[in-house]
Design a protein around this ligand. Sequence first.
Ligand code: PMV
Length: 312
Amino acid sequence: MTTASALGKIILFGEHSVVYGRPAIAVPVSQVFAMVEVTDIQDAGTGEIYIEAQDMNVASWLHEMPSDNPLAQIINLTLREINASYLPSLRLIINSSIPISAGLGSGAAVSVAIVRALCTHIGTPLPLKRQSELALEVERIHHGTPSGIDNTVVTFNQPAFFVKGHEPEIFHIGAPFTIIIGDTGVSSPTSIAVDKVRKAWKKNTLKYENIFDHIGQVATQARGTIEKGLIQDLGPLMNQNQTLLEDIGVSSPELSTLINAARGAGASGAKLSGAGLGGNMIALVNHGTAELVETALCSAGAVRTIRTEVNP
Ligand code: PMV
């Protein structure tokens, strides 16, 4: 038996504008992860693959799954990549604690955990860069124009300053800081928010390009702030980023309610994280405010909160 996993992620700065070539910052979230277990099936001939993914309501042979199913796609891409001359029949059990369509990188993490588990089981481990590229191929099929930030952070498992088409820059965290993630409970597929922004950008390109430039500047400034450990300056930058995300139309009443609740309870900054229109928000807290913010988020309707530490 072989097991492999991949962590979730949050985007701290720069979602959406990253699709248009501006920088973004994302960090792994170790409290949520996807886990894949691969075992040989003794009596099923060769090369048959059975997939069980309870969270996604899947219990099926690979050859019986629709070809556009993301699980089928990443498995087929991986098998093609390994090009093994002999393959035993295999059972894949996929579990994930990362909420789906919520901005925490669930799709990328499941893909990367599958690539890792299959390749290790078959004895052909792939370099991280290639794992990330395979996960990006699946994201492309579903999201059209993904920036690549999800698969990158999920695969490399490090805080990253990311610009589409460039190698991710793993940068220094000057001082640890604590983020509370609040889930609106509203499922929001990335493709819907990305399409909405693209349509608006086509109609009003100059306005959107200006906003993306501004978000890119905030992300770059945030990198310097994090590197220097000036955590007190990070909250206002998160608030600025949130205002700009509101300007491009990807916030929502549920996100605003949680963001306001977090700020009211003492968070020094709060914003949506990921594609928006639902999903999760994040708040920057300290020892004194962490619990107050968690309580305020739950009272304001968060279906769950996660406390995560970003460490040097
Ligand atoms: O919702 P998520 O975690 O898939 O994040 C999407 C981030 C976007 O910038 C909106 C899209 C992208 O491909 O970067």
